[in-house]
Ligand binder design. Structure first.
Ligand SMILES: [Fe+2]
Length: 321
């Protein structure tokens, strides 16, 4: 509960500079909403039926991180970024001065935000919202059991993994440098690290994980994964085992990334994209400037873990009819 309470403290803010503070939520369209309910429910999220859509929440946290709606194909239909209220007019001016076209909200979505398309055609909103990104690095790790006390559980009595919050999203794009430019110039995100033009990680300037959004090069746009923060390595292992028991055994993990430093296990969803259990990702405070670097790809994918399956980097979304 301590970690959850901390999310509600005074939001951190970098004075004077314009940038979104959070990935507020995403909208995911899938052909079969019941399949999404099974997958994300088994993953440990809290689901709420909301007028024919499925709200994705984390247990004990009021924020809605995602909405799943039914549609012809699986895709992210929009990503909504949160901004401070007094920054919204400044975003409006910036968008105008950059000659980025403003759009109407999609049908059925009441919104106070500014709607745009990124260079891949992805629908993006900048809206006034409470800062849902963390204001400090959250707790990590389980205490070691003292001498004379059993540390583990029986399989049947092990705790259920409940992600604490959305950490980040990774998108496929045909042009990584073009995506970096848009999200830097328009939304005010900053580059954390890159590996050539193959992958880029970006953070929000008001206190954020090492990446709240990332881009990987592919032949077409698409969603690679959503990532959900958990508090320990044990929570990753328990979650991945539970997902395998529920019929979601495919994925990649357990391992540790270089860029972001997080421990990971990716679970493949019914559409060939992934939900990631992530723990202990690097944090960039609003008072810090990250030492942005370009890394050799062969030295920066993961520090350790099982061999990455070939299909992990395939863009199944681009292969849909
Ligand atoms: Fe990730």
């Amino acid at each position: 509960m301590t970690a959850i309470r901390k999310l509600h403290q005074q939001p951190t803010r970098r004075p004077g500079e314009l940038g979104v503070h959070s990935v507020d939520h995403f909208n995911l369209t899938v052909p079969d909403i019941a399949k999404a309910a099974k997958f994300y429910g088994d993953f440990g999220l809290e689901l709420k039926e909301e007028g024919g859509a499925l709200g994705l929440y984390t247990v004990g946290h009021p924020h809605r991180w995602g909405v799943v709606t039914e549609g012809k194909r699986k895709q992210i239909s929009y990503v909504s970024f949160g901004a401070f209220e007094d920054d919204l007019p400044r975003f409006r001016d910036r968008i105008e001065s950059l000659h980025v076209e403003r759009l109407d909200p999609p049908a059925g979505f009441a919104s106070n935000g500014l709607w745009l398309r990124d260079p891949d055609g992805r629908l993006v909103e900048i809206r006034v919202a409470e800062k849902s990104s963390p204001n400090e690095k959250l707790s990590f790790g389980d205490p070691s059991s003292p001498a004379g006390i059993r540390g583990s559980w029986g399989r049947s009595s092990a705790p259920t993994t409940r992600p604490r919050r959305l950490s980040h999203m990774l998108f496929f794009t045909p042009d990584v440098p073009r995506a970096i430019k848009f999200y830097r110039d328009v939304l005010g995100l900053r580059l954390s690290d890159t590996a050539g033009d193959a992958i880029a990680f970006m953070h929000a300037i008001h206190g954020s994980d090492h990446h709240c959004i990332a881009f990987a090069k592919s032949e077409a746009p698409g969603l690679h994964h959503t990532s959900w923060d958990v508090g320990s390595i044990n929570a990753i292992g328990l979650g991945a085992m539970h997902m395998a028991d529920c019929g979601f055994a495919q994925g990649w993990g357990f391992g540790r990334h270089v860029l972001g430093s997080n421990y990971f296990h990716y679970i493949r969803d019914p559409w060939g994209s992934y939900a990631e259990y992530s723990a202990d990702i690097d944090y960039i405070a609003s008072t810090q400037d990250w030492d942005t670097k370009d890394h050799p790809p062969e030295d920066s994918f993961y520090v350790w873990g099982p061999e990455c399956p070939k299909e992990f980097i395939m863009n199944f979304e681009a292969m849909q009819g």
